[in-house]
Design a protein around this ligand. Structure first.
Ligand code: CP
Length: 336
């Protein structure tokens, strides 16, 4: 018997006895004031809603470029780990919506370098910003930040835990590119142990009727905790020992980088780096409408010769991230 795990509530208790509602039109906004910490807080209906808003954001950007939905709102972008896409796309999202930004891209130039704790940094930023986007190296840090913050916190990656906004943009990419999720075979390749993007994506995909395949070097297998969740939700999955035979009937080939920075022993990294590379030869056996995705950055696991193949969706995927993050900012600030 497969149980559907309960969906944790993300409802924030009223602050100071009453909800914080600065605008009259916010009362009905379902995501107003909420944190986005884990994909576990989303149902399929939520995803339809988010993707509907993201699709509208895409149309608006294509039509007018920038508009004033979040004029007067301020985002604090607090990054304890390096980032290009997540940080830049949240910045672009806020600016395209007419809002502004406190960028703390490099915490060593902030008071973190003097030893300030995460809770105190969060308490500081909530004085100045309406929403806080946090990337941190510790799993669970986004939840800690949310517990201390009166303003919504969006998890932009917490250690090897989750990267929920990446998973949302990954799923939005699949929907926009292939038009459906049910019935698809998704093959995840690479660092499935430390890869927070694949942890979050596997959990989101388990809301659909999908088939999953996992291929990784032996020491980088998908954690048992995720596999157990999939079994409990009756999601069929295979753990493959080779990519051969795994690509032919795949609809989405989701490739990830081996994350050097996560290894305790550098020798282990040396053993597995370069263990798999997607090349034009891989693409020869793939379906004509398969898509290749990657959260990026890549460090050699997809050959550059694949980039011109129309099935290479990883650069388009980054653009979808802008629309999803615009949708999330508008939602938590009560404007969607
Ligand atoms: N995909 C992703 O999180 O990329 P960055 O590390 O560049 O933000």
């Amino acid at each position: 018997m497969c149980d559907q795990p309960p969906v944790p509530s993300n409802s924030r208790p009223p602050r100071n006895g009453s909800p914080h509602l600065p605008f009259g039109d916010m009362k009905g906004a379902p995501w107003y004031g909420k944190d986005i910490l884990s994909v576990r807080q989303f149902s399929r209906d939520d995803l339809d809603y988010i993707f509907g808003v993201a699709h509208e954001m895409r149309e608006m950007v294509e039509r007018v470029g920038t508009f004033d939905l979040l004029k007067g709102k301020i985002l604090a972008n607090l990054f304890y780990e390096p980032s290009t896409r997540t940080s830049a796309s949240f910045t672009a999202a806020m600016e395209r919506l007419g809002g502004s930004l406190i960028p703390i891209q490099e915490v060593r130039y902030s008071s973190v370098a003097k030893g300030e704790s995460l809770p105190d940094t969060i308490r500081t930023l909530e004085c100045y910003a309406d929403v806080i986007v946090l990337r941190h190296s510790e799993t669970g840090s986004a939840k800690i930040a949310a517990d201390y913050s009166k303003k919504p916190v969006i998890n932009a990656g917490d250690g090897v835990g989750e990267h929920p906004t990446q998973a949302l943009l990954d799923l939005f990419t699949i929907v926009e590119e292939l038009g459906r999720v049910d019935g698809l075979t998704v093959t995840m390749v690479g660092d499935l142990k430390y890869g927070r993007t694949v942890h979050s994506l596997a959990r989101l995909l388990s809301l659909y009727q999908v088939r999953l395949r996992f291929f990784s070097p032996d020491i980088l297998k998908m954690p048992d905790e995720i596999l157990l969740e999939l079994r409990n939700k009756c999601i069929p999955y295979e753990v493959c020992s080779s990519l051969e035979g795994a690509v032919e009937d795949t609809d989405v080939l989701y490739v990830t980088r081996v994350q050097k920075e996560r290894f305790e022993d550098p020798n282990d990294y040396e053993k597995v780096k370069g263990a798999y590379v997607i090349t034009p030869k891989t693409m020869e056996v793939a379906k004509p409408d398969m898509i290749v995705m990657h959260p990026l950055p890549r460090v050699g696991e997809i050959a550059m010769e694949v980039d011109d193949d129309p099935r290479a969706a990883y650069f388009r995927q980054m653009e979808y991230g802008l629309y999803v993050r615009m949708a999330l900012l508008a939602m938590v600030l009560g404007k969607a």
